[in-house]
Structures are given as C-alpha cells and as structure tokens.
Write a protein that binds this ligand. Structure first.
Ligand SMILES: [Zn+2]
Length: 325
C-alpha cells in the first residue's frame, strides 16, 4: 500500500472512532444511579469560567483527533465558548447539580475540609470519565485501523491503552470506594489539602489529577506494580477578584505528598509551579483569550512540548508564565 493511501485510511478510521466517541452515552457515575450522564462542567460555567472569558470565549484543550495528520503545526489550545469547554460525561443532571452545589456560585471555602473533599471528587470524576472516553475510542481505532499502524506505533499505542485500562479497572474504583466511605462516615479529615487564596484573577481555570511522585512516577510504578497509584488533584478556581487554588489528596497518599504539602505561596517559584502544573499536567485548562494570544508562537510551542510529561517541580522555571502574580 502506498503511504498516502495508508494515511488516508488511517484518517478515515480515526474520524469514525472520534464520531462514535462523541455520540457515546454513559450512565451517571454516582453508584446506584441509572440516569444518563450529561455533559457536566468540571469547572463551573457561571462565575468560574465566565470570570476568565472574553465575550464568553476561552482557550481550552482540543481533545479531537481530527487534525492529527494535518500539515500545519497543531494548536492544542483552541478558542471555544465556555459552554463547550471543560465538559465531561460524568453525572446525570440531578447529581451534577446536587453533589457540587456547596462549592459553586462563589461559595467555595478552600479551608473547609468538606469543600476540599468535593474538589477532589470532582477532579477524579473528570479524570475517570475522560480516561474512559479515551480508552474506548482507542479500542475503536485499533479495531478499525490497527493493521495500518507500524509495529512500533501499534505497540506504543497499545501500551498507553493498557495504562488507561488499569486506571479504569483498578485505581479509579478504589478512589471512588474511598470517597464514598469518607462521605458515609463524614470523616473529611481523610482528605488532606494545601490551599491558597490569591487576591487577583489569574486568568486561568483548571482541574486536574497528577502523580505527586512527578518524574519518579514511572520508576515507582515499575517497583510497585500491585499498588494503587498515588494521586493529587489540583483545582484553580478564578472569580472576578481572586483565584483559589487547592491541592487535595487521600490520607493514605500522605507519604508521597511532602513536596505538595510544602508548596508555599511565599516561595519564589510559586507561580512557576502553578503554571507548570496547569499547563503540563492538565487536559482541562482554560485561559483568558488575550492572555494566551499575547504569547509568542515559540512560547506556545514550548508549553505544548511539555504537556503530559511528568516534569519535576524544580524544572518549573522552564515553562513560560501565562499566569503572573
Ligand atoms: Zn445520577
């Protein structure tokens, strides 16, 4: 087969998988609920996303695979309405409204342990739903056009799929089980957090989960294959006059979270760390358009290149600053 023909067939297969992924429906994540999951916002549209939008637009990550073979350099952050941004198929309408009510409409208190519990739950719900989508889409792609991959390409692709599958089948069920237990016993001290209030709108909104082991995560995993992966959630919640930031984790991951607990708003590289985590560890970051557009193409490309890598906190200064104190 000619290379051009191969690419054409690959594109068609990926397009098809993307379409069925967009149409795929799920049940609500809440255990016992059989309602259909709606497209929830992992970041509240009113107040939160609105506060960083311009004409109701923000820049956010383009998750589609359509332009994967485009000749143009791919822009990962694209301009979207706040309605289209930060959505995930997680909860039914009733649960999405009820569960998170306490932390919406500027009512979030980042020193309150129940509120931090809700932030953690929201981040992990988003992570789970997103990875579930990605995994099923990948299975589709391999079924349809797996034969067109090079051997090495297929192996890498299947490897990343295996990671997603393990997360969905082993890690995520454990996290949800623990979060349910905490809710049932109301022992919210089982959620540890380190949170900050910054007295300006930083123009960035995000919710994400990442490994507190950072660049050591891969090695730790290979030595602890049977262990649950430790994780930390980070929420950046802007509003008109301030930005709230909270890192949350389950008590059993305490021993891995020293570096996260030590993050201090007074340290010199605080804003560097925030930028690094928001732009390299999150697929859910939304940015004020004028803030993003003022970056040079070189700065944007530097950020794109670092996305998804487990960078260390020490290297945080290498990331161009989108948020500034
Ligand atoms: Zn429900």
């Amino acid at each position: 087969m000619r290379e051009s023909q191969r690419i054409k067939l690959l594109k068609a297969g990926i397009g098809k998988a993307q379409k069925s992924s967009n149409r795929r429906q799920y049940k609500c994540i809440q255990s016992g609920c059989s309602e259909k999951a709606i497209k929830s916002h992992s970041q509240q549209k009113k107040c939160q996303l609105e506060s960083i939008s311009e004409n109701l637009y923000v820049y956010s990550v383009d998750k589609g695979l359509y332009n994967i073979f485009s000749d143009k350099p791919r822009e990962i952050l694209v301009k979207k309405t706040i309605t289209e941004s930060s959505r995930y198929k997680g909860y039914c309408n009733a649960h999405d409204t009820d569960i998170f009510l306490k932390i919406e409409n500027n009512n979030l208190d980042i020193s309150n342990d129940f509120h931090n519990y809700l932030l953690l739950l929201r981040c992990i719900s988003y992570e789970f739903a997103n990875k579930r989508d990605a995994y099923l889409r990948q299975v589709d792609i391999l079924n349809q056009v797996g034969d067109l991959f090079s051997n090495e390409g297929r192996m890498n692709y299947e490897g990343s799929g295996y990671g997603l599958k393990m997360f969905l089948e082993i890690d995520a069920p454990y996290y949800f089980l623990r979060l349910n237990e905490i809710k049932d016993t109301e022992d919210y001290s089982q959620v540890r957090f380190n949170s900050f209030e910054i007295d300006k709108n930083l123009g960035v909104s995000c919710s994400t989960c990442f490994s507190p082991l950072m660049e050591e995560h891969g090695e730790w995993m290979s030595q602890n294959i049977d262990s649950i992966q430790p994780f930390v959630s980070m929420s950046i919640i802007p509003s008109k006059e301030k930005t709230l930031v909270s890192f949350c984790w389950l008590a059993e991951f305490d021993e891995f979270c020293d570096k996260i607990r030590d993050i201090d708003i007074k340290q010199d590289n605080f804003i560097h760390i925030l930028n690094m985590l928001a732009f390299t560890q999150s697929e859910d970051t939304c940015v004020t358009p004028s803030l993003w557009e003022q970056l040079t193409q070189y700065e944007k490309t530097t950020i794109y290149q670092q996305m998804g890598t487990s960078d260390s906190l020490i290297n945080a200064t290498n990331i161009p600053l989108v948020m500034q104190m």
